[in-house]
Design a protein around this ligand. Structure first.
Ligand SMILES: Cc1ncc(COP(=O)(O)O)c(C=O)c1O
Length: 400
């Protein structure tokens, strides 16, 4: 019997001709006026995104990574400081902290959600000592400046829980909303958009993100107008007036072309996110009918009871294979030409480049377990139900 057609992990060509037309029109407009650097296209996108989010200052950047670096620079994070984040994530977060000269302190994730566990955060902060001036310091003597929780896969962290611990210890939060644009969070003070749950945050528009550019792009978000001004300076070599540098910044500017493309795509975002959620619901049903719930853990929906439509936007659909068979399942899917991926195979505390931190296997067990068990399946808008059933059937074959 011939093998069914391949199923990609992600396929932008299936997102619809309507958006293709809007993107082409935007790109041709920019090519027509040739205003490639900052200017009206960037300002229009920043304004539209702020309206979409329901507030906040948007300062577009060249990537999510650059957005984070610009924020850390704007806060003056550097040598002598320490920043807390989680090890089960994409590299960028810890990479930026390292590049400022600050120390990285890890705290473990909640196994159920893959994200920062407020209890681990509290345990870490409680283990640290204050100096004679009451400043909380790492064991190496660096000042604890910031906590960076990371919303992974399209749901939000327990921001109320993390916020309570942060407030108790007097530490600020910087939110990594790279993967969660469009998600809503039922905070104690009302419903808020991911990206506006802390004073500052950043988003990635990498092409495979729910709102993806035609190349690299990202943005910072912040609640304070002065911080936004500072970020505008930093993204443009610290210049207000050409060749007069107020502060040291970088070239972190979002391209006008990317801003125009993103602005054209933004009106489609909620529709795509709804499709991703419908695909997730279809997987749940298929895994349940296939009798696989004893061996496969489906993604947690920590805020499903909130009644919010967008409590999860399924940037990724990540299951766990409980039976130490994840790699075998993955090999079987690849053989069947079904796209899948491990996000993330090596937790950051065990990465070669961070060996100097002196961590060893077992230091962050929940992160290490997630790295060993997780498997991302296709979830993109345009994925068909028959393809999803084929994915579940292939996993069943591999596990039986
Ligand atoms: C959690 C997380 N943080 C940061 C980034 C960095 O974003 P970018 O790839 O736009 O630099 C990404 C993107 O891949 C991400 O997934």
């Amino acid at each position: 019997m011939p093998l069914p057609l391949p199923i990609p992990l992600f396929d932008l060509s299936r997102f619809g001709t309507q958006v293709d037309e809007a993107v082409r029109e935007a790109a041709l407009r920019v090519l027509g006026h040739r205003g490639y650097i900052l200017g009206a296209e960037v300002e229009a996108f920043e304004s539209d995104l702020s309206t979409y989010l329901g507030g906040g200052h948007v300062v577009g950047m060249s990537s999510g990574t650059d957005a984070q670096l610009a924020l850390l620079m704007a806060m003056g994070i550097g040598v002598g400081d320490a920043v807390i984040s989680t090890p089960y994530t994409f590299f960028a977060t810890a990479g930026c902290i390292h590049r400022t000269g600050a120390e990285i302190l890890f705290c473990d994730i909640d196994s159920a959600t893959f994200m920062m566990d407020p209890a681990s955060l509290r345990a870490l902060l409680s283990s640290l000592k204050r100096d004679a001036d009451g400043i909380l310091r790492s064991p190496k003597g660096n000042r604890i400046r910031l906590i960076v929780p990371i919303h992974l896969f399209g749901a939000c962290c327990d921001m109320d829980g993390i916020g309570a611990v942060a407030a108790e210890f007097g530490i600020e939060i910087l939110e990594d909303a790279a993967q969660s644009l469009g998600a809503k969070y039922p905070s104690q003070s009302g419903t808020k958009s991911a990206g506006l749950l802390a004073p500052t945050s950043y988003v990635s528009f990498y092409p495979s993100k729910n709102l993806g550019a035609a190349g690299d792009a990202g943005t910072t978000l912040c609640l304070d107008a002065e911080m936004a001004d500072r970020l505008r300076l930093i993204r443009n070599h610290g210049m207000e007036q050409r060749y007069y540098h107020k502060v040291v910044g970088g070239n972190f500017r979002i391209d006008a072309m990317q801003a125009a493309v993103l602005r054209a795509k933004l009106p489609f975002l909620d529709g795509w996110n709804a499709t991703r959620r419908a695909n997730a619901a279809a997987y749940s049903e298929a895994f349940t009918s296939a009798g696989l719930l004893d061996r496969v853990t489906l993604p947690a929906e920590p805020f499903a009871d909130s009644g919010l439509r967008d409590h999860h936007i399924y940037h990724q659909y990540v299951i766990r294979i409980k039976t130490r068979q994840r790699d075998a399942v993955m090999a079987h899917l690849m053989e069947q030409k079904i796209g899948c991926a491990i996000y993330y195979p090596v937790p950051l505390h065990l990465q070669e480049c961070f060996a100097y931190l002196g961590h060893k296997p077992g230091d962050f067990p929940a992160s290490e377990q997630a790295a060993n068990e997780s498997l991302a399946l296709p979830i993109f808008p345009g994925l068909r139900l028959d393809e999803q059933l084929q994915v579940v059937e292939a996993i069943k074959q591999a596990l039986n």
